[in-house]
Design a protein around this ligand. Structure first.
Ligand code: ADP
Length: 380
């Protein structure tokens, strides 16, 4: 069996010439985000946006060249506009930075992280791997922040498996009033944007690194979020390059790491922590999800996965422990049914846990930020 390797793919692509420049697309540095998985190959060809429409034949030629390699089952080449776009904040520093200079502490060190006007604090919800309840936590955290009185947006950056349309009970497509910016969708008082609104659910999408970033930048900056206290970002699961780049490109005030007791043991959560630390984003704390099991019949509590690991681990890592959420069918049914528990059962103990987590998050990004803006003058 012929094994397809990146080197073989690049060799094949060296036979493809840019019609305007004469040289091949590999030597010209136009190929990026190459992924080879089994016999499936994906990559993007970075082109000047002005030339995009004229280069469809080039894209097809690149696909054909790779497709001809023995062992290749599928090839997806996409044209991506390389940098230069007006939205991508450049080094120059002027322009985007004025305005909300009193806002919450945005991650430092970021020439590439222009603030989003009107949005006081952006908080990422992340996990070391998929299936730990990151999206469930993000949705309930957003609703809990709103229940505590904050103006909240929810950006579903989990473009590989957007779940916010379902969890927030929203369908349909966002409108644009001016043809440039999209109006966010809205439910339960939360503004929501998700790739799930823009692309049909069963459309297969292969996202290469640069596309992920530009999709996220658009959902962040080309959406009319208005004035928000907190924008909660449901990150894609894991800690790979795409996640790291996102953490670098979004002006995050902080991150919340969701972890199950097992994955604390398996150190996945630690990877998440390290990722944010590498890019100077403060980790606001860890939420232990599926912490213990609540029997729906008798209310009996069982610690299936030796619960409490997250609290101990957080202490060891010098990170705050924000709270523990049990494994409870009510949490699954409500969020999978489009009415997360904080909204649909506000008096339940679980909703209280989420509101307590939200209060801590707000104290760290909003409360503290507000205090930093200077003392309030109180007239008695
Ligand atoms: P992730 O975003 O990490 O992939 P999800 O939030 O989509 O995970 O959760 C995966 C599944 O687990 C969903 O069906 C969700 O309803 C369920 N789930 C998440 N947290 C809980 C919980 N605390 N109790 C019961 N089910 C949960």
């Amino acid at each position: 069996m012929a094994e397809v390797t990146e080197a073989l793919v690049l060799d094949a692509l060296r036979t493809v010439k840019d019609p305007d420049k004469g040289a091949d697309i590999v030597s010209l540095g136009m190929v990026s985000g190459l992924v080879v998985k089994g016999g499936n190959v994906g990559f993007s060809i970075e082109v000047d946006p002005k030339r995009g429409p004229a280069l469809e034949p080039l894209r097809q030629a690149a696909e054909r060249a790779v497709d001809a390699l023995p062992g290749v089952f599928s090839v997806t080449a996409v044209l991506t506009a390389h940098r230069a776009g007006p939205q991508m904040p450049a080094r120059s520093g002027h322009g985007h930075d004025h305005g909300h200079s009193h806002g919450a502490p945005q991650g430092q060190g970021g020439g590439a992280k222009a603030a989003v006007p009107g949005v006081k604090a952006i908080v990422a919800v992340a996990s070391g791997k998929g299936g730990v309840g990151k999206s469930t936590t993000a949705a309930n955290l957003a609703l809990a922040l709103a229940a505590n009185g904050q103006k909240v947006g929810l950006l579903d950056a989990d473009i590989y498996g957007p779940s916010m349309p379902r969890m927030m009970g929203i369908s349909g497509k966002p409108n644009s009033r001016d043809g440039k910016t999209l109006e966010p969708m809205q439910n339960y008082g939360i503004k929501v944007m998700s790739m799930g609104f823009l692309v049909a659910e069963d459309t297969p999408m292969i996202w290469r690194g640069p596309m992920v970033i530009s999709a996220l930048q658009q959902m962040l900056r080309d959406v009319n979020w208005g004035e928000l206290d907190v924008l909660v970002v449901d990150m894609p699961p894991g800690t790979g390059d795409a996640q790291l780049t996102m953490a670098q490109n979004v002006p995050l005030a902080g991150s919340v790491i969701v972890s199950t007791p097992q994955d604390i043991a398996l150190l996945d959560a630690r990877k998440g922590l390290n990722m944010f630390r590498r890019v100077d984003v403060p980790v606001l704390g860890i939420v232990e999800n599926m912490s213990y099991f609540c029997c729906p019949n008798c209310g009996h509590r069982t610690d299936i996965f030796s619960h409490g690991g997250a609290r101990a681990e957080a202490e060891k890592l010098g990170v705050d422990f924000l709270g523990e959420v049990p494994l409870d069918i009510a949490i699954r049914e409500t969020s999978d049914g489009g009415a997360p528990i904080v909204m649909s059962q506000p008096d339940s103990p679980h909703a209280k846990v989420y509101r307590a987590i939200a209060a801590q998050v707000w104290a760290k990004v909003g409360g503290a930020g507000a205090r930093r803006a200077g003392p309030r003058i109180v007239v008695e």
